[in-house]
Design a protein around this ligand. Structure first.
Ligand SMILES: NC(=O)c1ccc[n+]([C@@H]2O[C@H](COP(=O)([O-])OP(=O)(O)OC[C@H]3O[C@@H](n4cnc5c(N)ncnc54)[C@H](O)[C@@H]3O)[C@@H](O)[C@H]2O)c1
Length: 290
């Protein structure tokens, strides 16, 4: 039974993962590189829990006890007795490999390691650990407290017991697990990201404005959010990283990242989190930039 979880990275995804674990009664060690990052993450958790209280989904007491279950830290020392580690750090293979290789020595032999990567090979990440059989992908969707799905990805060496334990945990979190094979970007992002990239090409080629493209897909395809707004929400750096993994991993030009997406990321226009992406978020209402 998984009763204590280490979450590495307190960003958009890591703080959401810590949130849903704590609400489910699981103790959490939340690690990031600086106290500043941890404080930011904890603030988001508190705001999101408060929103759930406001909507009657949680009581004040449940919120308070969830918060006491989350222990922030900048070292690996508190990871020594966790049953599961969920790595949710920056989508960069080299960064993840260093984190995973370093954490192994701190863990109990039976601890499972899961990665929340959106696109990187689970098998390749498993290979840098001392336990590829107890390693798998646990891919939460953004925003974690709201989204139902968790994709579960077996690496080539993942054993059945590991898969089953993580599947049971997913159900305990009131989420729906779905299995995916270890191919670049798995299922959701293999389909979603090329659509977003195509929306950026549509903008780049002048087929439509930001507003026209998002309105077209919301009202014409019944998507709850336009693809450019969704890209800003996911983070344009994350979108670009996933397209690069698809492009390199599947060696097919249909996955070529749009040059305009590359340029936005190079400019530091990363979407909502940086205040500007395809929309400008510095005012009261998001304003399209093109
Ligand atoms: N953003 C999404 O919509 C989304 C959805 C599903 C999965 N993911 C995946 O989740 C992971 C995290 O993405 P995110 O959007 O939360 O990114 P983010 O940039 O919001 O957060 C990443 C966090 O990792 C921290 N970090 C970096 N190096 C670290 C280290 N060595 N030790 C501890 N913490 C470290 C950073 O300081 C930052 O707080 C990525 O693998 C991404 O592909 C993202």
């Amino acid at each position: 039974m998984i009763n204590k979880v280490g979450v590495i990275g307190a960003g958009q995804m890591g703080n959401g993962i810590a949130h849903v674990m704590a609400v489910a009664g699981i103790d959490v060690v939340l690690k990031d590189v600086s106290n500043e990052q941890l404080e930011k993450g904890l603030k988001v958790i508190e705001t999101n829990l408060q929103r759930q209280v406001g909507r009657g989904k949680l009581t004040e007491e449940e919120m308070a006890s969830a918060l006491t279950r989350i222990n922030p830290t900048i070292t690996d020392d508190l990871m020594s007795d966790v049953d599961l580690v969920v790595e949710a750090a920056t989508e960069n293979e080299e960064i993840k490999k260093v984190i995973l290789a370093d954490i192994c020595v701190k863990l109990k032999p039976e601890t499972i390691i899961a990665t929340n990567t959106s696109s990187i090979s689970v098998t390749r990440l498993a290979a840098v650990t001392d336990r590829p059989d107890q390693f798998m992908g646990m891919h939460f969707m953004n925003p974690v407290p709201v989204m139902q799905l968790v994709e579960l990805i077996r690496g080539i060496a993942t054993n059945e017991e590991t898969f089953e334990k993580v599947k049971q945990l997913t159900t305990r979190l009131n989420k729906t697990p779905t299995p995916a094979e270890d191919f670049p970007a798995f299922i959701v992002n293999r389909i979603l990201l090329p659509m977003i990239n195509e929306a950026v090409y549509t903008l780049y080629e002048g087929v439509g404005s930001v507003r026209a493209i998002d309105t077209a897909m919301r009202l014409g395809a019944n998507h709850p959010m336009g693809p450019l707004q969704l890209a800003d929400f996911i983070g344009l750096d994350v979108c670009l990283a996933i397209m690069q993994v698809l492009y390199e991993g599947l060696a097919d030009t249909k996955y070529r990242p749009c040059p305009l997406l590359v340029k936005y990321v190079e400019a530091g226009w990363l979407g909502q989190k940086s205040g500007r992406g395809f929309y400008d978020y510095t005012g009261d209402e998001p304003v399209p930039t093109r």
